[in-house]
Structure formats: structure tokens, C-alpha cells
Design a binder for this molecule. Structure first.
Ligand code: GAL
Length: 692
């Protein structure tokens, strides 16, 4: 990614449209679902939106049944009135094409359009997103609806962007229907050309799985035991592409009628759940990359997950500003215990997203629903009205964001401008690592990624996310946490990066498989053995919840290995058990660069100690020379200026040496920032004076 590319992005152009008197504004608003309310409510809605400082709402996401109550009959008068009303109050519209939830008439008329689960159970309608991506009936109906909406509203002055569908693949993917089977065959045919190549890629010599005709191929449906892993991986790739085709078809219809930017909302690092589509691939087709993020409310480090999700979203956006399409003002309705946000938490959450590159933050949703499955989900306007904590905080947030308009269009940077550290996160590697029948269920790419991101977070170092095939030359240090599967191109790229002076850290269970999920033979970790200067011969995963002492960097858990260095310097060994003496952490010189191997999962203290070594070797510095524990510090830069965000996650006030102009209190700091417990500050400095 190239965060220093100066051309204005569609997100930046949008913030200019949302502002007034030539000043850009951070997008602020929510999903607005007026169809859930009597029309008399709408006037109050827009009045209160103005009061809160809302400038953008997403309209129509779940309005299909209201817009097209029966096939081919379109009713727009109500939506005309909604959009006109918003326009009259100066509120812009992110207009949905409403294809996310087909109405009952559609599923009833076309039952063949319903998706099928892995075990053959057909998904019924009655909730939302009940359609198979491969269904021609769905695609036809979605295209017709999109055409109607685009045609009617493309030139409406309130409409400034398009919201295609909603969270693709959230509830209906993967789909194992016969339609998906046919689509999968076509996709495989395009990928492999002939059955011989497919049989080779899938390793079908194993368990007598050889295919003799394309008709024999089916999705990886429930079978007696583990289904062919490459078939599963290809099915994940196909399922992502099938949904992408739906997006592209709807996007093409809109693009014929409008030049406003298009997006669809992603679900990055969504609660640790399976990721249904390949967002790296999808983001190339978005004008604005947008993400939805919800805290895991019971996780005391949920704000660190938020930081990681925001950093990943910035990666998808190639470093440019992005949009937080949804988060919550307080509790959600879908976790086991829906813990409400503490006073001040929503403001901190929001500013974390902005600090990490968002130029807009919207909530799900404007007015908390009175009926339906999400009636206990918070909104900007709670059931209990405006004399409430939520409403007061929403209005305070609106004022805060108004003070930050100048930050829009800037990019996230490190102490010297550019971010210095990248974490690699390839979708295929993650999908393949999550397949069954692996050495340990405890080895999780997502969790290992989180451990590394957390460690940099604790040290006050901002990290970007990249793919293994990206140009990494700007980074002083690159981490490959459990990058299980790698293409040959990725392998070459990482070798090149180190050869030309980069520092690469590879963790256990990386570089093991090629793009077909076949083992790279000879030595573990297959793709990296030579680069790292180690020879690993056997994995020794640890029993559940067991850890093992290391000679340095604390203890390891989840994984150990039997192996030896070939040329690497050993920084730490396993201090006991069956692989005593095997390398735990190594360092190697390769070309002009360095490579490190970490053959176990380090715990917090050991990770912190290792990070000190890595950062000292690579010359990576934290944002502040002396970071205050519990205070998140992130910097955005544009032209000659920097804005440093300070987010105090502590229950106590802190004092931090800082100079510059603080935007939220509009004060010039005289060398010290006094940051109250749980509060935030944004300090502007001219670039020349980057030392705080
Ligand atoms: C999102 C979805 C919204 C709403 C929200 C509740 O996944 O896009 O429509 O359901 O979750 O948290």
C-alpha cells in the first residue's frame, strides 16, 4: 500500500461535500430505517439529527419489501418524502440499493433461490439475507430493484454515495445448494482448465477421490469425515467470488447512472468469526472502503481488537481514509451478555477509528427499534428518549467530530511520517489455517495475529496490515504471524524484501503449504527454512493450556518444534520437555536484511521482551519516547501538519509531555497534556515540530 499517494480519494471528496463553507467534515450519522416508524416520527428524526450534528445517513438497506411490495410493483412516494425531508435539513444520503433482504413474496415465489446449509438443510426466509448468491432469480430481481432505485435517485441532490447490499455473506454463505454446485464447477473449470489439473491441485490420489467427470464435483458438503482440504479452500474462494459477482453486477447498474462513490460494508476481524469473503480482493472494487465494527463487550481488551480491525481496514483501503459504516452507541443484542458501554467509551471507540484512518463514523442505527429481532440493540436515539446518557454522548460526539474536520484526508503515520511496521494477513492463509485436521486446534492465525498486534499496541507502535505479495519496502519490520499458506509469488516477495534490507519475523506454522494447500517439502517451515537459517523436522504442539519454559523470552504455549539452526543465531531455546534445546527464537542475516523465527506462541511478558530486541535491531520507535501505559497514541499526517490522538483508556488522569494546539478544548498546550481519566485529545503540530 502507498499511504503517501497524495491524490484525493473518493472518501476525501465525500468529506468535502459533507462540510460547509469549503471546510470538510467527518461523516457522522447512522443507518436510518424510517420504514419502521410512522411518518409523524420523521420530522422529529431530522430535527434531532440536526441537533446531534448528523450529516450522513444510510437509507433503504432493508427496504426491499416496502419499495417493491409485490413483484414488479415499485412504491417510491414514501422514500421520495424521506429523502426530500433529509435534503431539506441538509442531511446527505448514503442510499442503499435495498438488495440485502429479499421480501417473503420473493422467496415464496422462487423457493429455489434459498440457500442450503452444508448438511443439506434449506435455509428458510423469516430473518434476512435468505438467498443463494448463485440464484438467477435473485440476481434478476436484485438487478431490477437496483435499476429502479438508481434511476429514480441518481440525480437527487441529497444522495452522495451508494451502499450496495449489506455485509455480504453474513448469513447466507457458504451456500451448498445445487446452484452453488453448478457455479463451483464453472469456477473450477475456469481456474484449472481440465480435470487432470484439478485432480493434481486437490491431491485426489489420496482416499480414492479422483474425479473422472465435472458432474461428479460437488461443494464440500457434510461427509463421513474430513472433506478434501483443497476442495474446501477452493469452495471458500469460489463463494467469495460468487458474492463479488453479485456486488459487481449491482455496482455496474449504478455506475451507468451515477458518478457517486460506491461501497459495501465489510465485517473485518468480526468478533473472531469466520471471514466469508476475501476483502483484499473485494476492496479493489470499492470507491470507499467501509467496515462495521462491534466490540466483544466482555473482553477487557476489546479496544485493542478495535485498533486491530481499524488497522486492517486501513490496509484494505491501501492507506487512504476509510469509513466506519457501523458501530454501536452502547449495547448490541446478539452477544451472550449485551454489556452496555460505560460513560465515555463510545467517544473513545469513535476516536480510535478516526485516529486509525477513518474519515467518518456511522452507527447502527439512528433510532433504536421498537419491534423486531434487534429491539434491544442501542441506537443514537434510545427508546428512552433524549434525557439520557446515550443521547447526551451522541450530541457531545457530534460536537467533537465537528472540531476535527481538518484531520480528514490525512494518512496514518509513524513518528517520522510513515508507519514502520506491517503485519501480514493473507485471506487464503487464514482460510487454509482454519481448516480441519491440523496439528493443534489451538493454533489460530487470528489469535496469533492478535497477540502480535497487541504487543505493538502495548508498546505504542502503529502497525499496518499488508498481504505477502505487497510492496513492503517502506517497512522496517514485517511480521508474518502463522502465515500457513503462501503462494510462490509471496515467497519470492518476502525473500526479496529481506535480501534488500528488510527485517522479517516469521512465526510457527508459517510457509508450510503452497497455494493448493500442499506441504512444502524438505524442511519446515517450508517456504522459509533457508531464509531463516533453521531446519525444523517435527511439530510438537503442546497439550491444552500447557506452557513450557524458554531459556529467554518467558514461556511458550500452544506449539513447540524439534529442530536446529543451520546458520541462524539462537536467541532462545526450549528449556524442557521432549524438544529441550530446540530453537524457540532465532535471528539470521540474509542478504542485506534480517530474519527471525519464533517457533512457539509467546506470552505477554516474553513478547514484550522480544519486541524490544526486534525494534532495537530494526530501528523502530514508539510514537512517544516514553509511552504512558494505557494511553493510545496514534498520529495522522497531511502536508506540513500532524495530528496526534491521545486516548486514555485508564481510570486515572495522566500527564503527558506534549506541545501544540489541542483541538477538542481549543487550547495551546504549554508542554504538558493533562488527559483526564477515559478522555481523548487531538493535538495539532506543524510537521517540522514533530517531537512532542
Ligand atoms: C450488522 C448489520 C446491521 C445490524 C447490526 C447489529 O451486522 O449490518 O444491520 O444488524 O449488525 O449489530
Amino acid at each position: 500500500m502507498n499511504p503517501h499517494n497524495k491524490s484525493a480519494s473518493p472518501m476525501t471528496a465525500l468529506t468535502r461535500r459533507l462540510g460547509s463553507s469549503g471546510q470538510p467534515a467527518i461523516a457522522f450519522g447512522a443507518d436510518y430505517n424510517p420504514e419502521q416508524w410512522p411518518e409523524e416520527t420523521w420530522a422529529e428524526d431530522v430535527r434531532l439529527m440536526r441537533e446531534a450534528g448528523v450529516n450522513l445517513v444510510s437509507v433503504g438497506i432493508f427496504s426491499w419489501a416496502r419499495i417493491e411490495p409485490r413483484e414488479g410493483t415499485y412504491v417510491f412516494d414514501w422514500l421520495d418524502r424521506v429523502i426530500d425531508l433529509l435534503h431539506a435539513h441538509g442531511i446527505k444520503v448514503d442510499l442503499a440499493n435495498a438488495t440485502a433482504s429479499p421480501p417473503p413474496w420473493f422467496s415464496h415465489t422462487y423457493p429455489q433461490s434459498l440457500p442450503v446449509r452444508e448438511d443439506g438443510v434449506k435455509i428458510s426466509y423469516g430473518s434476512r439475507q435468505a438467498f443463494a448468491a448463485s440464484s438467477p432469480e435473485y440476481r434478476r430481481a436484485a438487478a431490477a430493484l437496483t435499476e429502479q432505485i438508481a434511476n429514480r435517485y441518481a440525480s437527487h441532490p441529497a444522495v452522495v454515495m451508494w451502499h450496495i447490499h449489506n455485509e455480504y455473506g453474513c448469513h447466507n454463505q457458504p451456500d451448498y445448494s445445487d446452484g452453488a454446485a453448478a457455479g463451483f464447477r464453472g469456477w473450477l473449470h475456469r481456474r484449472y482448465g481440465n480435470l487432470e489439473a484439478l485432480n493434481a491441485a486437490w491431491g485426489t490420489a489420496f482416499w480414492s477421490q479422483r474425479y473422472d467427470s465435472w458432474d461428479e464435483i460437488i461443494p464440500p458438503r457434510t461427509s463421513g469425515t474430513w472433506v478434501n482440504p483443497t476442495q474446501q479452500l477452493d469452495f471458500a474462494r469460489y463463494s467469495s467470488d460468487e458474492l463479488l459477482e453479485c456486488y459487481m453486477a449491482e455496482a455496474a447498474i449504478i455506475r451507468r447512472q451515477s458518478t457517486h462513490p460506491l461501497t459495501t460494508n465489510f465485517m473485518g476481524f468480526n468478533m473472531g468469526l469466520h471471514q466469508p469473503v476475501d476483502y483484499w480482493r473485494w476492496s479493489q472494487h470499492m470507491d470507499i472502503v467501509s467496515n462495521d465494527h462491534y466490540l466483544r463487550a466482555e473482553d477487557s481488551r476489546s479496544f485493542q481488537d478495535l485498533a486491530m480491525a481499524a488497522d486492517l481496514t486501513r490496509g484494505w483501503a491501501a492507506g487512504k481514509p476509510w469509513l466506519l459504516m457501523e458501530h454501536s452507541t452502547s449495547a448490541v443484542n446478539w452477544q451472550p451478555r449485551n454489556i452496555a458501554k460505560a460513560p465515555g467509551e463510545m467517544l473513545r471507540n469513535t476516536l480510535q477509528h478516526i485516529a486509525r484512518g477513518a474519515d467518518g463514523t456511522l452507527f447502527f442505527q439512528w433510532r433504536a427499534s421498537k419491534a423486531g429481532a434487534e429491539k434491544f440493540h442501542s441506537g443514537m436515539l434510545p427508546h428512552t428518549g433524549t434525557d439520557t446518557k446515550i443521547w447526551r454522548e451522541v450530541c457531545e460526539l457530534g460536537r467533537t467530530l465537528q472540531a476535527l474536520g481538518e484531520v480528514t484526508g490525512s494518512v496514518v503515520g509513524g513518528p517520522d511520517g510513515a508507519v514502520e511496521v506491517a503485519i501480514l494477513h493473507d485471506t487464503d492463509a487464514r482460510w487454509a489455517s482454519e481448516l480441519d485436521s491440523h496439528p493443534s486446534v489451538d493454533a489460530s492465525s487470528l489469535h496469533e495475529t492478535r497477540r502480535w498486534h497487541d504487543a505493538f499496541y502495548r508498546r505504542g507502535i502503529t502497525t499496518d496490515f499488508c498481504q505477502s505479495t505487497d510492496d513492503l519496502s517502506q517497512y522496517k519490520l514485517v511480521i508474518a504471524p502463522m502465515l500457513y499458506l503462501l503462494t510462490d509469488e509471496g515467497v519470492r516477495n518476502l525473500h526479496r524484501y529481506v535480501e534488500s534490507g528488510g527485517s522479517l519475523v516469521v512465526t510457527y506454522f508459517s510457509g508450510i503449504a503452497d497455494e493448493n494447500d500442499h506441504i512444502r517439502l524438505g524442511s519446515y517451515p517450508g517456504a522459509f527454512s533457508g531464509l531463516l537459517g533453521v531446519h525444523i523436522e517435527e511439530f510438537f504442539p503442546l497439550p491444552e493450556a500447557q506452557s513450557i519454559e524458554l531459556s529467554r523470552f518467558g514461556a511458550g504455549s500452544i506449539w513447540t518444534e524439534l529442530g536446529r539452526p543451520t546458520v541462524a543465531e539462537v536467541l532462545s531455546t526450549v528449556a524442557g520437555g521432549p524438544v529441550q534445546g530446540s530453537p524457540a527464537v532465532t535471528r539470521n542475516t540474509y542478504g542485506d536484511g534480517r530474519s527471525y523465527y519464533v517457533s512457539t506462541s509467546l506470552q505477554v511478558e516474553g513478547m514484550d521482551e522480544l519486541l524490544q530486541v526486534l525494534c532495537a535491531d530494526a530501528g523502530v520507535s514508539p510514537m512517544l519516547a516514553d509511552p504512558a501505559p494505557g494511553v493510545e497514541v496514534v498520529r495522522r499526517c497531511k502536508d506540513e501538519q500532524t495530528w496526534t490522538f491521545f486516548i486514555n483508556h485508564n481510570d486515572e488522569d495522566v500527564r503527558i509531555p506534549a506541545a501544540g494546539h489541542e483541538l477538542l478544548t481549543s487550547q495551546d498546550l504549554q508542554g504538558t497534556l493533562h488527559l483526564k481519566a477515559g478522555s481523548v485529545a487531538v493535538v495539532r503540530l506543524p510537521a517540522a515540530a514533530s517531537e512532542l
